[in-house]
Design a protein around this ligand. Structure first.
Ligand code: PGA
Length: 237
């Protein structure tokens, strides 16, 4: 695991965009898994500003709430579409979704696992850090071999996700998430961390040791995991 400290959120966005662009230069049909949440938005906007050619990239949706239609403001597919897929011109056929309104979530998770295996695993994972150390919706405790599955969200995740949507839309309590096994199997992982509110949890991730109670701590066991963190998240030297 390597730490790439940057000064500002803008610099974080540029560094992350550089690494995504590099992955696509190396392999135009790279398989990427891309988080929603606020932290990666700057990187996605930077990629759109550079008019990055997404080539034949395949993009996997990292997670999604159960029982939410595509046109619901809580759809994480909708969020990914607005933030990344549409601005970069990534076609629906290039995207592997976790369909949030599926009547059969377990089968949806199995289909997703099969698509990831068929892609030969992921070349790059672009992730944010949950307030409780989750990756995707792998809530504590999540072992490193956790499969893609249906999960119940923790009170901390419900609280922090509350801020994403209008008050009339309660945060669904159940979700689907790419499993830890797939995430940790990605050939490169970028964990983007920004802002003072992530300082304490980032400190715990950096201090280790790896534990299911802090899923992001397993990045320490990965060969090519980068934590790109701004000064606000890292705190004083
Ligand atoms: P954030 O969310 O990027 O909006 O901070 C990260 C997460 O909760 O996984």
């Amino acid at each position: 695991m390597r730490l790439l400290p940057v000064a500002t959120e803008g610099e974080l966005a540029r560094e992350a965009a550089d690494l995504v662009a590099q992955a696509l230069r190396r392999r135009p049909d790279a398989a990427l898994v891309c988080a929603t949440g606020r932290t990666p938005l700057g990187a996605y906007a930077e990629l759109a500003r550079r008019r990055l050619d997404p080539g034949r990239a395949r993009v996997f949706q990292l997670d999604g709430y159960l029982g939410v239609a595509d046109d619901d403001p809580r759809s994480l597919y909708g969020w990914l579409d607005r933030a990344l897929l549409a601005p970069l011109g990534i076609a629906p056929g290039q995207v592997v979704r976790l369909r949030e309104d599926t009547p059969e979530p377990e089968a949806e998770c199995a289909r997703y696992e099969a698509a990831a295996a068929q892609a030969g695993g992921w070349d790059l994972a672009v992730l944010g850090l949950g307030p409780n150390g989750h990756l995707g919706f792998n809530e504590p405790p999540s072992p490193p071999d956790a499969p893609t599955r249906v999960v119940t969200l923790s009170p901390e995740s419900l609280r922090s996700n509350r801020a994403y949507f209008p008050p009339a839309y309660p945060v669904p309590e159940r979700a689907m998430t790419a499993g830890m096994r797939l995430i940790l199997g990605a050939r490169r992982i970028l964990l983007l961390v920004s802002g003072e509110r992530k300082r304490a949890i980032l400190r715990r991730v950096l201090d280790g040791p790896p534990t299911p109670w802090l899923p992001a701590s397993y990045l320490a066991t990965h060969r090519d995991a980068w934590i790109i963190a701004d000064r606000a998240a890292l705190g004083p030297e």
